[in-house]
Ligand binder design. Structure first.
Ligand code: NAP
Length: 290
């Protein structure tokens, strides 16, 4: 039987409706949640991500402060801008779209954001809080994956989750969240240094692909009935497409014949990432008034 396709759009819509409701309550108290989105340069993928975030903010009734800087912006200028936004009480969240132009040190920029406004959850304080299980902002994509898994009621406690990818924004935090006591999965993290990737993926009750490599996960690598979460977003050339490319994940389509659950790309993890970001912004605004 083919896999159940997990509808990330529908699940994210429920979260966004809740965000809208919380935003309305804040607005009645004259607080409009506001996210400052900083984009440096003209990377087409980054521009499309920023546009999607602005659209979601508007739909939720929140305000987006869109700051588009040229690619050659000096690092100090960006740091000064963040310092101003940190002080600005009408701004509740600050998001710097990554990747930044090469001459700018990403670590410095992320660390400059006030942790109370770190709605991406990338600041070392947010990461520390997450690892310690303390309250704070969770990174949006890993949090979105966890919400998806909970929503389909896939057994998590005692499950073996295999995460392919160990980046700071997806693989590492996801592995951490999955081992939380209230999730209780056993986690294997794979990367380019992993020997015999297939041996690991075949053991997965939950297989999460976050490598950024089209068709990395083939049916032969998947345990029958596993939940397969495809985080990858890759642009592959497609002459039949209007813009010359199409989006695909890290998982081959044929995996749907073997898996129990699967997320589509687009329409799986992507919408969840945006919904979790909106949730973090409204949370930042709620916490700002106390
Ligand atoms: P990244 O920083 O490039 O990290 C990729 C990770 O995958 C690295 O840890 C790398 O290992 C590992 N990897 C690459 N090729 C591999 C292979 N053949 N076998 C095993 N491991 C391999 O990427 P990222 O930022 O985590 O993003 C991953 C993907 O998710 C990208 O396609 C990105 O566009 C997508 N993404 C989607 C969303 C969303 O909302 N849907 C959000 C964020 C990212 P090493 O550490 O050894 O190099």
């Amino acid at each position: 039987m083919p896999a159940v396709v997990i509808d990330g759009k529908a699940i994210s819509q429920k979260i966004r409706e809740d965000v809208q409701r919380r935003t309305t309550i804040l607005k009645e108290k004259s607080i409009t949640p506001c996210l400052a989105v900083i984009l440096a340069g003209e990377d087409p993928a980054s521009i499309s991500y920023v546009t999607a975030k602005e659209k979601a903010l508007t739909e939720a009734g929140m305000t987006g402060r869109n700051i588009h800087l040229p690619a050659d912006t000096a690092e100090t200028k960006l740091l000064n801008l963040i310092a101003e936004l940190n002080k600005d009480t009408s701004v509740h969240g600050i998001l710097v779209q990554l990747p930044l132009p090469r001459h700018i040190n990403e670590d410095k920029v992320i660390t400059a954001i006030d942790p109370a406004k770190d709605v991406d959850g990338f600041h070392p304080v947010s990461v520390g809080n997450m690892v310690l299980g303390r309250p704070g902002f969770l990174p949006c994509t890993p949090h979105g994956v966890l919400v998806l898994l909970r929503e389909i009621k896939h057994p998590l406690s005692g499950a073996h989750a295999v995460v392919v990818g160990r980046s700071n924004i997806v693989g590492k935090p996801l592995a951490n969240l999955l081992t939380r006591r209230d999730v209780n999965a056993t986690v294997t993290v794979c990367h380019t240094g992993t020997k015999d990737l297939v041996r690991h993926t075949l053991e997965a009750d939950i297989l999460i692909a976050a490598a950024g490599k089209p068709a990395l996960i083939t049916p032969e690598m998947v345990k029958p009935g596993a939940a397969v979460i495809d985080v990858g977003v890759n642009r592959v050339p497609d002459s039949s497409a209007k813009n010359g490319y199409r989006l695909c994940g890290d998982v081959e389509n044929a995996v749907a014949e073997k898996a129990g659950y699967i997320t589509p790309v687009p329409g799986g993890v992507g919408p969840m990432t945006i919904a979790m970001l909106m949730q973090n912004v409204v949370q930042a605004a709620e916490e700002s008034k106390v």
